[in-house]
Write a protein of this length. Structure first.
Length: 370
C-alpha cells in the first residue's frame, strides 16, 4: 500500500512505501493492538484498507515593506527582523540583499501613490516577487486586530501579517508598452484638466495682459495634447491585439479615441475578468448592505476613478444612439430611480458590454509568429 504525502499549495504528491507499525509484544490492551493493525476485519463486512494522508503546511516567508518618498521600512513577518533602507537604487539593492539573506519568498508593500514603483520594478527585475496591497484594507486589518498605533515599523509588520493572512499573490509587472501607454494617457488627462481649468478662469478676466497669458498657455497645452493623441494612436496601432480591441470598442457608437485609450491603459484586465470582477475594479458593482430583516441600498464604492469618470460621460452619449441603452434609461426613469442611480446603471451596462467585446476579441485573437 502506498501513502501519499501532500504539500498544501502544491500538486506534488510523493509516494512512500507504507510499513505496518511494529506490534509490541507488550501491548497492554486489545484496543492498542487493534489500532496498530493495517486493516480491520469485522464480522459480515469486507476487508477494508486504511489509507492515511499526511498534510504538510509550507509557510511563505513574507517581508512587509512600508514605502515612503525617502525610506523603505522592512520587516520579516509580524515578529521577525526589521531594517530601514533609503528609497533609492542603492537602498533597494540593500533591501534585496536583506531579503535574500532571510530567505524571503514574497515582498509585500502598499500602493503608495507612485513611491512604490521603483522598488517594485527593481525587485521584480532581480527575480523577487512583489505583491501590492490596498492601503485601506491593511489599515482596517490593523484596527481589527487592535493595533491603533501607527509608525513605519508597525505598518511594515502589519503589511507582512496582512499578506500572510490574506494569502496575497505577486502582482506581475506591466510590460514596457503598457507602462508607456499608461504614462501617455495619464499626461493627456492632466493636460485636458488643465485646459478646462484655464478656459474657465479666462471667462472671469478682462485685463488684456492676463488674457494674452491665458491664450499663450492654452495654445501650448493644445499643441501638447495633439502630440500625445498622435503618440497614443500610433502605440495602439502598433500592437495587433490592441488594434483589434480598438476596432471592437469603436463598434459601439459613442466610444471614441480617449475612451479606448483610457480603458487599455487603466483597465488592462478588461476581457480577462468576469463582468462582476471588472465592475468591481471600476467601482461600478452594486454592493449588498443587508443585515437580518434590513435590506439596504446597494451603493458603489472604490475602484478606479479615472475609468469610472469617463464611462459616466460616454454612457450618456451611447444612450443617444443605442436603442437598448435608451430603453434601459426610460425604464429606470419610469420606475422613479434617482438620476445618479440611472447614471451608474448606464455606465455599468456599458462596461459589461465592452468587457464582453474584449473577451470575444481575446478568445479569437491568434498572435503572429515571432
Amino acid at each position: 500500500m502506498l501513502e501519499n504525502v501532500a504539500v498544501r499549495g502544491s500538486r506534488y504528491r510523493e509516494p512512500l512505501t507504507r510499513r505496518a507499525a511494529p506490534v509490541s509484544p507488550l501491548a497492554s490492551t486489545a484496543g492498542e493492538l487493534w489500532d496498530r493493525c493495517r486493516s480491520h476485519a469485522r464480522p459480515n463486512s469486507r476487508q477494508t484498507s486504511i489509507a492515511r494522508t499526511r498534510q504538510v503546511t509550507v509557510a511563505q516567508i513574507i517581508c512587509g515593506v512600508d514605502v515612503s518618498s525617502i525610506s523603505l521600512e522592512a520587516c520579516i513577518g509580524p515578529t521577525g527582523p526589521a531594517r530601514a533602507f533609503s528609497n533609492t537604487a542603492e537602498g533597494i539593492a540593500e533591501l534585496l540583499a536583506f531579503c535574500r539573506q532571510q530567505g524571503v519568498d514574497l515582498v509585500a508593500m502598499e500602493a503608495s501613490g507612485g513611491y512604490e514603483k521603483q522598488p517594485f520594478a527593481l525587485l521584480w527585475a532581480q527575480g523577487l516577487p512583489v505583491a501590492l496591497l490596498n492601503p485601506r484594507a491593511v489599515r482596517r486589518f490593523a484596527e481589527g486586530m487592535g493595533l491603533l498605533e501607527k509608525t513605519d515599523r508597525i505598518d511594515a509588520r502589519v503589511i507582512a501579517w496582512f499578506a500572510a493572512v490574506k494569502d496575497s499573490r505577486p502582482c506581475d509587472p506591466a510590460s514596457a508598452q503598457q507602462q508607456r501607454l499608461k504614462a501617455l494617457v495619464t499626461r493627456l488627462r492632466q493636460l485636458t484638466e488643465l485646459q478646462v481649468a484655464q478656459r474657465n478662469q479666462r471667462l472671469l478676466v478682462r485685463e488684456e495682459t492676463v488674457l494674452t497669458s491665458f491664450s499663450a498657455l492654452l495654445a501650448l497645452v493644445a499643441a501638447q495634447i495633439r502630440i500625445l493623441e498622435a503618440d497614443i494612436a500610433a502605440l495602439i496601432a502598433a500592437d495587433p491585439l490592441w488594434q483589434k480591441l480598438d476596432q471592437a470598442f469603436r463598434s459601439i457608437k459613442g466610444v471614441a479615441d480617449r475612451t479606448v485609450a483610457r480603458l487599455m491603459a487603466e483597465l488592462p484586465e478588461i476581457g480577462m475578468a468576469s463582468n462582476k470582477a471588472v465592475s468591481k475594479l471600476a467601482g461600478l458593482a452594486p454592493l449588498a448592505r443587508d443585515s437580518g430583516k434590513h435590506q439596504g441600498k446597494r451603493p458603489v464604492r472604490g475602484g478606479r476613478r479615472e475609468v469610472r469618470a469617463i464611462l459616466f460621460v460616454v454612457a450618456g452619449v451611447v444612450r443617444r444612439y443605442d436603442l437598448d441603452f435608451a430603453a434601459f434609461h426610460q425604464r429606470l426613469s419610469a420606475a422613479g430611480k434617482p438620476k445618479k442611480v440611472i447614471r451608474v446603471a448606464l455606465a455599468h451596462k456599458l462596461l459589461v458590454r465592452l468587457n464582453a467585446k474584449a473577451r470575444q476579441v481575446r478568445n479569437e485573437f491568434v498572435p503572429l509568429p515571432a
